[in-house]
Write a protein that binds this ligand. Structure first.
Ligand code: SF4
Length: 609
């Protein structure tokens, strides 16, 4: 293919007014690399002009888009992105912050077949609605229509998807669960994207856009489901064009951690528990490890030895990594839950539950209700810790929820998802403000931490969209054991280190592909015909971060918003890793990191008009 210029390419953008049920389409010429790549690069550019102080207002925008590699023949190129101002993440001024959340499955591929690169939703449907997107003929203009969704109200994510599948057998789906419908009292609702395995098996195997409450933004628009309805087409570019790169994705070192042992892998994100255990760095009891082996029975190899359960590695559409570690009951073959490291730990050891059967139930419940398992688990652990500390005074949260009480946790999760427990539905930040004890509320900027100790990760406060999705510093201490201030400033601020994790959210592939910048740039070049280098990608990553950071500042974030909870800066004798993240260290780091980002902002982004 002859080399093309960015300006020779364009993308299709649809403006959907949900109140008027009107759709306006435009073909937008790419102005820059961000427009070409799509994903968060274009998402942040858009959100600069769509600021709001109320994410649930009808006038607030919800942006859905694809990356340049979404829906192509690039392995793992399956990501659909949702961007909005978050109901959960906020500055201490109270203003919401721009955020994104992405998911795999096959919904994004169907959008690509429909020629839908980007949709901007505003307004609110008069009643619960489904948006149906289809085409009269392959390659024709996408057609949008609205259907009454009253029959879907209150149904779980899987029930909604299966019901829609019965009606639209050629389609894939984006839906909210009950949590998204109850957006006023649940701030961390997800959007579920259907997978092929889910539609074939009937099991609840959706993929989730989990972080930041995007499901609540969609629910606030009375939009319960989006149907991308078109027969499958040939993927572009032809698979042979990306053969070498796809082989690296499926068999290379970068994805090793997520693959099965028989393909040279380490067994999935679950393997992190085994890596962190010897240092007693697996979160237990609201991120305060016991220094014991109490969590060891939850290691994959130990669960595999239980007769009751069988683990199968399964995958999204055409993915050789097979990162889904799905638990089935051995005797009946019944699917129980998909166990990733974060939901597993945050709904087990971090709330003092160690029974595998109960853990499956809790993880599955959050998925079905459309709750972010990370925010939900950490809010539960905050309530449990508060109740432990106040056991003698009689003060309690959520009826005295206690560590280890799986039945009470289950009841609380159900109540949160159904909108009946707003005290916990508001997340750890707001709950800690309500009860006046912020020192052990495990979040930065309102985003609850994933299952890596904040004691070991001073980079969390600068993550734009969740601590393990947008800042690659969460395993650095374990792997490198460096504790110098300059080392950490560089690790957090470098587009080749901490920020590098955002690259795949620019282009639409899974972070588990583990590719080099050169391989991703080659894939983008082959898919678009525009010569994009590894350095171009690195620079685009930096600009994407700086746009997100600038949006935080514009929404009232001051230096004081970039914080860790006070208790995690204290020495823990239980954690067998260097203690370096002291109050003094963090204060100096905060000053230096912010100064560096402010200087980078000045040097790399044009001023907003
Ligand atoms: S790495 Fe996992 S989540 Fe990503 S496409 Fe493959 S199976 Fe799906």
């Amino acid at each position: 293919m002859a080399e093309r210029k960015v300006s020779e390419l364009s993308f299709n953008r649809y403006w959907v007014d949900l109140e008027a049920h009107s759709v306006r389409s435009e073909t937008v010429a790419c102005e820059d690399l961000e427009d070409l790549l799509g994903g968060i690069g274009r998402g942040f550019k858009l959100l600069e002009g769509l600021r709001t102080d109320d994410p649930h207002s009808p006038s607030a925008a919800l942006v859905m888009n694809l990356g340049a590699l979404s829906g192509t023949s690039m392995m793992t190129g399956l990501r659909t992105f949702f961007h909005a101002y978050s109901p959960l993440k906020r500055s201490s001024s109270g203003l919401p912050s721009a955020i994104w959340s992405a998911g795999s499955g096959k919904f994004g591929t169907k959008l690509r077949f429909l020629g839908v690169d980007e949709v901007i939703f505003t307004g609110r449907c008069a009643g619960p609605s489904t948006l149906h997107i289809t085409q009269s003929q392959a390659g024709g203009e996408a057609e949008f229509s609205f259907k009454d969704a009253a029959a879907l109200v209150g149904q779980t994510t899987n029930a909604k998807i299966q019901a829609l599948y019965g009606e639209y057998p050629d389609a894939h789906f984006a839906v909210v669960g009950p949590a998204g419908e109850n957006y006023e009292t649940v701030l961390y609702a997800t959007i579920a994207l259907s997978s092929e395995n889910q539609l074939k098996s009937g099991d609840a195997k959706a993929r989730y856009c989990g972080r930041g409450g995007m499901g609540g933004v969609m629910g606030s628009k009375n939009l319960l489901a989006i149907v991308a309805d078109t027969p499958d087409q040939k993927l572009q570019p032809p698979a042979a064009t990306l053969k070498r790169i796809n082989s690296v994705v499926g068999t290379g070192d970068g994805s090793r951690r997520f693959r099965e042992a028989k393909t040279g892998g380490m067994g999935g994100t679950w393997a992190n528990a085994e890596a962190l255990s010897p240092s007693h760095a697996v979160p237990e009891y609201n991120f305060m490890p016991t220094g014991t082996d109490i969590s060891v029975p939850l290691h994959r190899k130990n669960v595999e030895q239980l007769e009751d359960f069988t683990i199968k590695a399964e995958a999204c559409f055409r993915c050789g990594i097979r990162c889904h570690k799905n638990l089935y009951e051995t005797k009946s073959g019944t699917f129980r839950a998909k166990l990733d490291y974060e939901p597993l730990v945050l709904l087990s050891s971090n709330i003092g539950v160690f029974d595998v059967d109960a853990i499956c139930e809790l993880v599955e419940l959050t998925d079905q209700l459309g709750l972010d398992a990370i925010s939900c688990g950490v809010t539960l652990s905050y309530a449990m810790e508060y109740n432990r500390r106040h056991a003698d005074s009689g003060a309690s949260i959520a009826g005295g929820l206690a560590y280890g009480d799986a039945a009470a946790a289950r009841h609380a999760i159900e109540s949160i998802g159904e909108g009946k427990l707003p005290q916990l539905g508001q997340g750890a930040l707001r709950l800690s403000e309500e009860v006046g004890e912020p020192a052990y509320a495990m979040h930065s900027k309102g985003m609850e931490f994933p299952a890596y100790l904040p004691q070991t990760n001073p980079g969390y406060p600068w993550a734009l969209a969740g601590g393990h999705m947008s800042m690659r510093t969460y395993l650095v201490l374990l792997n490198e054991r460096e504790v110098g201030i300059d080392y950490w400033v560089d690790t957090i601020t470098s587009p080749e280190r901490g920020l590098s994790i955002m690259r795949d959210d620019l282009v639409g592939i899974c972070k588990f592909s583990g590719l080099s910048n050169d391989d991703v740039s080659e894939a983008v070049t082959k898919a678009t015909g525009v010569n994009v280098s590894g350095e171009d990608l690195r620079d685009a990553v930096l600009r994407a971060f700086l746009r997100g950071y600038r949006l935080e500042r514009l929404q009232g974030f001051t230096n004081d918003d970039y914080q860790l909870p006070a208790d995690v800066l204290e020495k823990s004798d239980a954690i067998d890793l260097p203690y370096f993240n002291t109050p003094e260290f963090f204060a100096e780091l905060q000053e230096k990191v912010l100064a560096k980002f402010d200087a980078l902002l000045e040097a790399n982004l044009p001023k907003l008009p």
